[in-house]
Every structure is written in C-alpha cells, then in structure tokens.
Design a protein around this ligand. Structure first.
Ligand SMILES: Cc1cc2nc3c(=O)[nH]c(=O)nc-3n(C[C@H](O)[C@H](O)[C@H](O)COP(=O)(O)OP(=O)(O)OC[C@H]3O[C@@H](n4cnc5c(N)ncnc54)[C@H](O)[C@@H]3O)c2cc1C
Length: 404
C-alpha cells in the first residue's frame, strides 16, 4: 500500500514536494490556503543549472524555460556600461515555474481553500486539522507553507523572520513599450546599478503566456531600498488606515507611498532603470525578512522551502532551495523509515540552507557601503562591484574562508 504525504502549501515548494514524492511512489495531498489558483504577478526568477536539473528530475520539461542572457553588465547613473562579466544564465518567471510544476500534480490531489491550522503527531501517524475543521491523516506531513508557516509556528514558536532594514521594489515593463535604443541597451544582459545605499538588478523575462519572442517579452527589475522601521510601518498601512503586519497586498499600497518612491527614483536611479520604471505596471514592494529554522523536522513533520529558511533574494536561491529540499525529502524517505528519513533530510538541508542564508546576508550588507569606501553616488565607484556582479544570483559555494 502506498504511503501518504500531506503537503501544506501549494506554491512552488509544495508542488516540488508533491512531484518528487509522487515519482517515489507516494500518495500526495496538497492543501493550499488560497481560494483561487496561485499567480506570481510576473515576478522574475533566476535559474541555475542545479534548478534546471531538478525541474527535469521532477518530471517537467525544461524546454523554453525562459530568456537566455549571456553576460552581466553594470551601469552608472547616466546609463554608461562600466563593467561586463560573461555569465550565461536563463532567467524566467515565477508563473512559468509554477505552471510547469502545477501540471505534474493531478487536480484531485490539490485542494484550494484549505488553510491548515494545526497538527497532532501520534508517533505512528500524523493528523492535520484545517481551519474549516476538516482533518487529514498521513504518514508524513510537510510544511511548505511559506516564511510565515503555520506548521513551523507550532513546531518552533520562537523562530520568527527578522526584518533586514530594507525593502525590494519590483517593476515590470513590456518590451514593446520601451524605445528601441533602451531595448538594445538592456535586453540581452543581466543588468546592475550599484551606487551607495541602494542596489538594482534587472533582466528580461517572458511575456504573458510564456511568450519568448523578441518584442513580446518583459523587463523586470528589483530595487533594494533601505527603510527605517517607522517608515515601514507607514508603508504597510493602507488608505483606510489599516496596518498590514509583515507584508501589504500590492493593490493596497497607498498612492503617496508610490509617489515618494517615484520622487526618490527620479533623484537616484540610473537612466535606463528610470525609463523602464516610467513604463512599468504599478510597482509593488516586499519587505525583506530572513530566517533559518534550527531544525527542519520533528517526528513525522518536515519543513521545506521558505517555511524552513528564507535566504534574502540576493542569492536567487528560493526556488532552487525549495526544489533541492523536495528532492532530498523524497530520496531520504525512499531509503529509511519516516522518522529517521526526516532527521537525515533535516541535517542535509539545514547545512545547505545555512550557507545560502549567510551568503545572502553578506551580499545584502554590500548595499550599505561604509563611509570610508569613498564617493559612489553615481554607481561608478563601488569597491565591491566585481564581487557583487560575480556572487549575486549564483548557487553559493562553500567558502574556503569564514563568511564576513
Ligand atoms: C524580490 C524577490 C525576488 C526573488 N527572486 C528569486 C529568484 O531570482 N530566484 C529564486 O529562486 N527565488 C527568488 N525569490 C524567492 C522565491 O520566490 C521563494 O523562495 C519561493 O517561491 C518559495 O516557495 P515556497 O513554496 O517555499 O513558499 P511560498 O511561495 O511563500 O508559498 C507558500 C504557500 O503556502 C500557502 N500557505 C500559507 N499558509 C498556509 C496554511 N496555513 N495552509 C495552507 N496553505 C498555506 C500560501 O498561500 C502559499 O501558496 C525571490 C523572492 C523575492 C521576494
């Protein structure tokens, strides 16, 4: 008789878990809190060879995964290219990865509008209870329910994501809306702008419907901007005066918050990114938090993806880490009894997550250049430019020296 895994969370992490476990012969049930099918509002995702291998191992096609860029380019304030680094990479979108994985999981095993509330681990099985009172029995329960995970909240109530001191604004413009000279300037490369006190990186992604044809794609950039705790509270308050703890849904961001961002952008952003911002859909922001759970499992319950650890986006590892968690879970569960398998999974993946977490924090610190590092308001004189260009959005390598 096949064993049953219940997976809490039907986003990229939960779908990877379902796909890998189904291939290993498990019966899977995915419970997703959202009432409607998920969509990522077009956010970009940088891929790595490791992620492409894992997507293929999960059983999905990697054909037409995204847009191929050949190199990385840094711009100064005026838009001059000041550095180039050859680094071929495929850049894709959250929606593309999600839809590839969603197709691997039959609708009968994927339940929307199921908010998981709590679990009870009885030793020989685990019972999950949803907020609507429905209950599910399983051999294994997986918390892939994101960085504010309800399952982690029960397993490790003291582990809370910590605000990093900055937010990321995300902007997305249609290629067809950009003037030809701007398209030529930015579309073939992974772009950077690295002045003192802020940081931008941008790249092309497919257009709606995974349209990869030149002229039909979109350009996506993320812009890290420091924010004081008091200012963040204001930014997370909507026009009706309601404060949204942690994150605010994009449509509720107040117009005056957007106006302030636009005014700051006009003073500080490199010309190509300013022009893209002017043609972008309504930008939205996400405060950057991070956390690393000290344990990725307890008994018959495991944490995966952002529920287990959030490494700040500088490493571009969220999706790859979630995929590698899922692969490791299925591999260990095929090799040992459940409780031993989850313990081995936790040891293996906690170490990998800790490396991504520490590397991302170090890359984040480069935003805040030390005063003794000289004048760099136009992005042309960043002493860490080569390191940032080489280490951002690549799989972190184990350091041969302590991480500073
Ligand atoms: C600006 C930015 C840029 C990024 N860029 C990259 C990049 O280039 N490359 C990359 O790999 N990653 C990137 N990431 C990270 C990546 O998007 C995430 O790491 C990844 O999507 C995590 O997936 P997840 O399934 O673990 O969590 P989530 O996507 O957060 O999914 C959790 C799911 O659980 C559901 N849920 C929550 N609570 C419950 C509950 N109680 N019951 C049932 N369901 C529940 C939620 O509705 C959600 O669908 C970026 C993130 C940001 C913010």
């Amino acid at each position: 008789m096949s064993r049953r895994a219940v997976i809490c969370g039907g986003s990229i992490g939960g779908l990877f878990c379902a796909a890998f476990l189904r291939r290993a012969g498990w019966d899977t049930i995915v419970l997703e809190r959202s009432r409607s099918e998920l969509s990522g509002r077009g956010a970009g995702i940088v891929t790595h060879d490791l992620l492409i291998d894992l997507i293929a191992q999960a059983g999905a096609s990697t054909a037409d995964l995204g847009v191929q860029v050949q190199d990385r380019v840094a711009f100064d304030l005026a838009g001059n290219r000041i550095a180039t680094l050859p680094l071929p990479q495929i850049v894709t979108s959250w929606d593309r990865v999600h839809s590839l994985l969603r197709a691997l999981v039959p609708d009968g095993g994927y339940h929307l509008d199921k908010a998981v509330a709590r679990y009870d681990d009885q030793g020989d099985s685990v019972t999950l209870t949803c907020e609507d009172g429905s209950r599910f029995e399983a051999d294994v329960l997986i918390g892939a329910d994101g960085f504010r995970s309800a399952l982690r909240g029960q397993m490790q109530p003291d582990v809370q994501p910590v605000f990093s001191g900055y937010v990321v604004w995300r902007c997305l413009a249609r290629e067809a809306d950009l003037p030809p000279d701007l398209r030529d300037q930015v579309f073939d490369s992974f772009g950077f702008f690295l002045p003192q006190g802020t940081q931008i990186l941008g790249y092309p992604i497919a257009g709606p419907g995974n349209d990869l044809r030149p002229g039909h794609r979109r350009y996506n950039f993320v812009w890290y901007a420091p924010v004081e705790a008091g200012e963040l509270t204001d930014m997370l308050t909507d026009a009706k005066g309601i404060h949204h703890p942690v994150t605010i849904p994009p449509p509720l961001v107040r117009d005056d918050v957007l106006d302030r961002m636009q005014a700051f952008a006009r003073r500080h952003l490199a010309k190509p990114f300013l022009e893209i911002l002017a043609r972008s859909e309504r930008p939205f922001f996400t405060p950057i938090y991070d956390h690393l759970s000290p344990a990725f499992s307890a008994g018959r319950v495991a944490l995966a993806g952002d529920a287990a650890c959030v490494a700040r986006p500088h490493v571009g590892m969220g999706v790859t880490k979630a995929a590698a968690d899922a692969e490791a879970l299925a591999r260990h569960l095929s090799a040992a009894p459940v409780i031993d398998a989850l313990a081995a999974y936790g040891t293996e993946r906690n170490a990998a997550a800790a490396l991504a977490h520490a590397t991302a924090q170090r890359l984040g610190r480069y935003i805040f250049a030390a005063p003794d590092q000289g004048h760099n308001h136009d992005g042309s004189n960043n002493p860490n430019l080569a390191r940032i260009m080489a280490e951002t959005a690549v799989v972190p390598a184990a350091p041969d020296h302590p991480i500073t």
